[in-house]
Design a protein around this ligand. Structure first.
Ligand code: V1P
Ligand code: CA
Ligand code: ZN
Length: 397
């Protein structure tokens, strides 16, 4: 139950600084902060702002970020600009910048961008630990690949790790769940040696026809944390590797079965749910076939556990569908049902017209819009659940 010391009922808080929107990774880069502009306008057009406490967090300080990140890395990140970048500087590559794919470009206002999304997660976590809210939301965060001294996969600062550290000041056990199509490797690694955080990630895992692993290439079912049997973190990691094209019913069943078993066994005192929207059908980078309501059913499932809940964003590369999903999930949190027809006064409504099916609506049919064949057989998924439940036996000590 919520708020034992300060009974005040159930409340949802929304943590967002719109200045994140003004940042650009570069024209051909799939990460578009613009998706957050669309999300904000949808949330406002449906009137959801009247059902939540709204906060506009200022940028995080260097010191706040140094709770997880190395100071050398933060010094570098805080000083680098497109004007002063030296591409042959060894620390530039060592810190995860550049490289052939240029996943983590140096762009104008980079430090401002990372400190804004990070503090929104910290404020959200704080509103839970101070019992101001039952559910706290930051759609601008969820950057799960960042390491303590390295940027990776569009992520520079790991706001999730920082937020979990904040939750650990009050809660003994925190469960981290990650439904982004990519493996939540940065969060997993940060807490691999503690039993106070359990990390659970659902993701695509496998090698494509050209022999390249799906990013970041980790997260097989057998990866369960440190091999060292004396490590406290042993068994507090669970990875659910999936194949292309998983559909709504399979994902919902898998999520409910496995997440339910983890909650039952681990008994977390708080939950963090990373809601990366690149697991939707039609995503520019993702390979799954989920519809918005199936993605949102994960939020419903987690909400039903009635623990302090931090909801954060993550990936999502078809901006109109990212906005639809996060608006729907905001509504799930406050218990609202939204009309399928988009409000006519919605700014940028033209951004929601370009769909194969269901332009102008909140819930278009996304199933197989990019035609990824479903290669997840019922048999394979059964086996996966069996493996997952076996892995949970390590929690019995
Ligand atoms: O696959 C890679 C590179 C190739 N190197 C060996 C690694 N990078 C991916 C990164 C995906 C990051 C996902 C982030 C998140 O989990 C959280 C925010 O969603 C990549 C891909 C791809 N298709 O996987 N980078 C790019 N595409 C890319 C494309 C255009 C411009 C820059 C990067
Ligand atoms: Ca994931
Ligand atoms: Zn992702």
């Amino acid at each position: 139950t919520f708020g034992m010391e300060k009974p005040q009922g159930y409340s949802v808080s929304f943590h967002y600084n719109p200045h994140v929107e003004y940042h650009h990774f570069g024209s051909s880069h799939p990460m578009k902060p613009w998706r957050l502009t669309l999300t904000k306008h949808l949330v406002l057009a449906y009137g959801l702002e009247f059902t939540m406490d709204l906060y506009q967090p200022p940028p995080a300080t260097f010191e706040q970020l140094s709770q997880f990140h190395d100071e050398g890395y933060l010094e570098f990140l805080s000083k680098i600009t497109p004007q002063n970048v030296e591409h042959d500087d060894p620390s530039y590559l060592a810190y995860g910048f550049g490289g052939e794919s240029n996943d983590c470009p140096v762009f104008d206002g980079l430090w401002n961008y990372v400190t804004l999304y990070s503090n929104a997660s910290l404020w959200a976590a704080n509103s839970l630990t101070s019992q101001q809210s039952s559910i706290a939301i930051n759609w601008s965060g969820g950057l799960h690949h960042a390491k303590k001294n390295m940027a990776s996969g569009f992520c520079y600062i790991n706001d999730i790790v920082l937020a979990i550290q904040q939750l650990l000041t009050r809660h003994q056990r925190v469960l981290y769940i990650d439904i982004d199509v990519h493996h939540g490797d940065g969060v997993e690694q940060a807490f691999e040696s503690t039993d106070r955080v359990f990390t659970l990630s659902y993701h695509k895992f496998g090698i494509d026809k050209n022999g390249y692993p799906f990013f970041p290439g980790t997260g097989n079912i057998h990866e369960m944390g440190p091999n060292d049997p004396s490590s406290r973190g042993k068994g507090h990691t669970l990875n659910i590797p999936l194949e292309d094209g998983i559909d709504d019913d399979q994902y919902k069943w898998l999520f409910k079965t496995i997440t339910g078993a983890v909650v039952e066994k681990y008994q977390p005192e708080a939950i963090v749910l990373q809601c990366g929207a690149d697991s939707l059908g039609g995503d520019r980078l993702g390979k799954f076939n989920l519809n918005i309501k199936a993605h949102g059913s994960c939020v419903e499932t987690v909400k039903s556990f009635e623990k302090p809940l931090l909801l954060i964003g993550g990936g999502g590369y078809t901006p109109r569908n990212v906005a639809r999903t996060w608006c729907h999930e905001t509504a799930v949190c406050v218990g609202a049902t939204l009309h399928n027809n988009l409000p006519t006064h919605l700014p940028y409504i033209q951004a929601f017209q370009g769909d194969e099916n269901g332009g102008g609506t909140l819930y278009p049919d996304l199933h197989n819009t990019k035609r990824h064949d479903n290669v997840n057989s019922a048999q394979k998924l059964q086996k996966l659940v069996q493996h997952a439940l076996e892995n949970l036996r390590y929690l019995e000590g």
